[in-house]
Design a protein around this ligand. Structure first.
Ligand code: KIV
Ligand code: ZN
Length: 514
């Protein structure tokens, strides 16, 4: 890879995205994410803003010590105390970087800093010089660059490079720029700043107008060689440019950009899921690259096309972002081709007449439900849910809970015909029952989702529980209904385990009687 054709991927999930309301992380969680970012092979991890809190200091320190591979960066305002604190946090890191910044637009000079242009220019140069005395790798950001007077912006950048900055980051702090204009700004800075050749130009775009990825990519077309971005596009206000979108745009349209980056895109989904889980912020289903629907096909025409030739309706392979396969979502819009394909995958190979009958029944169900799940198909193909072979059968359940009591549950199951009795304590009666069932069945399945809803109203309402379990890349859903929600929970779990056993081939699928 030629140096000039490589885009440096700078991840600021642990700093800018951590500013998302409600998304704060413990030091341990940040370190876990940083380890995953290293597996993703980002070039730089901005691990925190050391002066902002003791936790941020500790996170930068720990990540600098423990995470191998990427450069580890700490943020500092252009103030001596900030830079000293960042340097202390990065002390002993294998590849440290200090990133210092100051607002340069008139709005920031007058409205926030209450300083003149000369003072701020001197602050910037002095901050870079001090950072450089601690660490050879120094990044400087003129904050609110896109609303800064161009002549002044060039002067500040020239002074920062002269003071030793090796990366100049051009932030669109308030997400104000539009792609053409932003690209032209980057090109103009590269042309006008006399010493621009001594630094890598970087961009840091916010998404207030939904343009952060477009702005970042246009900047790259115009000579920027570092993109600052975050997992799932999280970040201050509307967020930052989404790392997964930037990376997959560069990879998928390499014909257009002619640029490479070192990110291992197969780690995108695992990283997205980890960040979502630890920050407690779900990924919208329609989010590009990592949303649940990003590789799901619902229209009959699309399903038919993708099943015949993937690239008819897919520009990326799901495996390239870390998914096993695209999803064919079976709805009332699906055709016979999609139904047969999914039934084949589930082990039901139907003849033409059988398939026609199955399709009629499928449409009846699909008209009533938004989506037809594998479990419904198993019921259609096996005529009736009861025909699902039961590897596990719940015969007895007794759960105890109450104020001041340790919740516990005793279950008796038939496992491959043998009676097994098991008791467990848990966080609540459902947890206790699940632990007892896990122990009794030794199914080794992970509970991915658990949902409960009232089917009818009033205190005697029927509770419907659905549970999704997984093991070794297989997953299945189980459902059960009862007025006793603990019983419904336990039955749904056992149902899911029975269906998982069919999918994993540990018991044969039921007869096809359709
Ligand atoms: O948005 C911004 O300007 C920033 C800087 C600290 C780079 O986050
Ligand atoms: Zn920012």
């Amino acid at each position: 890879m030629e140096p000039g054709n490589r885009v440096i991927v700078f991840d600021t999930t642990l700093r800018d995205a951590e500013q998302t309301p409600g998304a704060s992380l413990s030091v341990t969680e940040k370190t876990e994410i940083a380890q995953q970012l290293a597996r993703l092979r980002v070039d730089v991890i901005e691990a925190g803003f050391p002066i902002s809190s003791n936790e941020d200091f500790e996170a930068v320190r720990r990540i600098g010590q423990e995470v191998q591979g990427p450069v580890v960066c700490g943020l500092a305002r252009a103030l001596p105390q900030d830079i000293e604190r960042a340097a202390a946090a990065l002390h002993g890191a294998a590849r440290p970087r200090i990133h210092t910044f100051v607002g340069t637009s008139e709005i920031h000079l007058k409205g926030q800093l209450r300083k003149g242009r000369e003072d701020v220019l001197r602050m910037a140069a002095a901050a870079v010089e001090l950072a450089k005395s601690h660490c050879p790798d120094v990044e400087f950001s003129p904050m609110d660059a896109t609303r800064t007077d161009l002549v002044y912006l060039c002067e500040v950048i020239e002074a920062a490079i002269a003071a030793g900055a090796t990366t100049i980051n051009v932030p669109d702090t308030v997400g104000y720029a539009v792609p053409e204009e932003f690209g032209t700004l980057i090109r103009t800075l590269l042309e006008r700043v006399p010493n621009s050749g001594q630094a890598v130009f970087s961009v840091h775009c916010h998404d207030d107008l939904g343009l952060s990825v477009a702005n970042s990519l246009t900047a790259v077309r115009h000579g920027a060689r570092q993109v600052e971005c975050t997992i799932n596009g999280l970040g201050e206000r509307a967020g930052n440019a989404s790392l997964e979108e930037v990376v997959m745009a560069l990879k998928t349209r390499r014909d257009y950009f002619g640029l490479d980056c070192s990110v291992d895109s197969r780690e995108l989904i695992p990283t997205s899921r980890m960040v979502s889980r630890l920050m407690g912020i779900g990924v919208p289903p329609n989010k590009a690259i990592v949303g649940a629907n990003a590789f799901a096909h619902s229209s009959g025409i699309h399903q038919d096309g993708v099943l015949k030739e993937r690239n008819t309706f897919e520009i990326m392979a799901p495996q390239d972002v870390g998914l096993d396969a695209s999803a064919i979502v079976l709805t009332a819009r699906s055709g016979r081709h999609a139904l047969r394909h999914r039934l084949d995958e589930l082990g039901y190979h139907l003849g033409k007449d059988e398939l026609d009958k199955a399709y009629e029944r499928f449409l009846e169900i699909a008209d009533k439900k938004k989506e037809v799940f594998d479990e419904d198909l198993i019921a259609i193909a096996g005529d009736e849910i009861r025909q699902v072979p039961e590897r596990y059968r719940l015969e007895y359940l007794h759960a105890v809970s109450g104020t001041g009591t340790v919740p516990s549950a005793t279950v008796r199951l038939r496992v491959d015909g043998q009676e097994v009795l098991q008791t467990a304590c848990g966080d609540g009666p459902v947890d206790a029952a699940y632990l007892a069932i896990q122990e009794a069945t030794k199914a080794g399945a992970k509970v991915e989702e658990y949902a409960i809803r009232a089917v009818t109203s009033g205190s005697q309402a029927l509770g419907e529980v659905s549970v999704c379990v997984s093991r070794d890349g297989y997953s299945s859903k189980g459902r059960a209904i009862s007025t006793d929600v603990i019983e419904a929970s336990a039955k749904a779990f056992v149902d899911a385990l029975n269906r998982l056993a069919i999918k994993m081939g540990t018991v044969p699928p039921p007869a096809h009687g359709v």
